[in-house]
Ligand binder design. Structure first.
Ligand code: PLP
Length: 381
């Protein structure tokens, strides 16, 4: 186990393969036809993964995932529109914050930390407010790991004739996504999640007709996805300096994604990782924040142990010393931490992190990971 380079059990940046890293060893001219072909190639392959070739276009954008989310909201939601943001964690909240910055009207449905937005509540909200034109939802809310019922929500939104934007950042590439059957205007993700590339750009798969109609909506030049797309259509080039090495690494990551059996193969590995992790953690007394039916194969939130000797910083350091990086919690109410299942992680790494957790508990003098009973959630949906 390479102790100099720990495994990242985090939801991106994540542990990438050696071959993805090696793909960054060449320099590319951003105007050169080789690089333009590379861009066109990754866009084509991304549309293929989502079965969106017929009606969608892929627009890549420099920056982290949030840039792509902000650009999509800014481009597709006109100043005259009104959005409904479904929130059950930090990334839903972030979309609301973005809309606030952008000066767009919006309302929210806030489900707290661990419950999904129920499709019937969305139905009632849309029925009650005809002014709502757009709905924004997170597929896998990475702050808890909850898997939101986007398919059912998409059907409700479509029935009301409203438009849906999906932040599928930590879902696309592993969770099934079929744009032929998922009524939405846009699906946003980034290079460094389930496709296992390195960070540096995000992308949106946008319904062509919605993107064409969005000319002039954006308040910002660099975040205008209509302009980014139109320029790429004209010249094959990114408007501004592209993250060339990251794009090259992503092309290699896509090849490895395909070799693993695409999203189906990746989902199978991530699910096996998650099941191994959850079983091992439960055997040590830990409890997951979420009921089994909402657990994603992406990242799992565990309650912090009740034992007063538990200190996350010390626990983290002890696990880090054994070659694994875990993630702090991101909940508003109870103490928690998270362990990711995505990236170049296999059974050996999941067993490794479980052994590291046991060693860390022993070092802290904690018998088991049981949480405070009053922290356990009992609400169900
Ligand atoms: C669901 C979701 N949305 C948005 C983001 C933001 O992406 P970034 O941190 O790359 O800006 C993340 C990051 O983990 C995410 O998981």
């Amino acid at each position: 186990m390479p102790l100099t380079e720990p495994y990242l059990l985090t939801p991106g940046p994540l542990t990438t393969s050696l071959t993805v890293k090696q793909a960054m060893l060449r320099d590319w001219g951003s105007w050169d036809s080789d690089f333009n072909h590379l861009t066109a190639d990754i866009c084509r392959r991304l549309l293929q993964v989502a079965h969106g070739e017929d009606q969608f276009v892929c627009v890549p954008l420099q920056g982290s995932g949030t840039y792509a989310v902000e650009a999509t909201l800014a481009t597709l939601i006109p100043f005259t529109a009104k959005a409904l943001v479904l929130m059950n964690g930090a990334y839903g909240q972030r979309m609301a914050k973005i809309l606030q910055y952008l000066g767009r009207s919006f309302v929210t449905l806030d489900m707290g930390d661990y419950l999904p937005p129920p499709p019937d509540r969305v139905d009632a909200l849309l029925a009650a407010d005809p002014a709502i034109t757009h709905v924004a939802v997170v597929h896998c809310e990475t702050s808890s790991g909850i898997l939101n019922p986007v398919e059912a929500i998409a059907q409700v939104v479509a029935t009301h004739g409203r438009r849906l934007i999906i932040d599928a950042m930590s879902a696309f590439g592993a969770l099934p996504t079929d744009l032929r059957e998922l009524p939405c205007d846009a699906l946003v993700a980034s290079a460094n999640k389930c496709f296992e590339g390195v960070p540096g750009f995000g992308f949106a798969l946008i319904r062509r007709e919605a993107l064409v109609a969005s000319a002039g909506n954006a308040h910002s030049l660099s975040l205008d996805l209509y302009d980014q797309w139109a320029a790429m259509e004209r010249s094959g080039q990114w408007r501004f300096t592209p993250p060339t090495h990251v794009v090259a690494a992503f092309a290699q990551a896509l090849t490895e994604h395909e070799a693993e059996g695409g999203a189906v193969g990746r989902l199978a590995r991530y699910t096996a990782n998650r099941d191994r992790l959850v079983a091992g953690m439960r055997a040590m007394g830990f409890h997951t924040l979420l009921a089994d039916r909402w657990l994603s194969p992406i990242i799992v939130t565990f309650h912090s142990p009740a034992d007063p000797r538990f200190d996350f910083a010390a626990f983290y350091r002890l696990i880090r010393e054994q070659g694994f990086i875990i993630y702090p919690g991101k909940l508003t109410v109870v103490d928690s931490f998270r362990i990711g299942c995505i990236g170049q992680l296999f059974a050996a790494q999941m067993d490794g992190v479980l052994a590291a957790v046991r060693t860390a508990l022993d070092a802290l003098g904690i018998a088991d990971g049981s949480p405070r009973p009053e922290d356990l959630n009992t609400a169900e949906f």
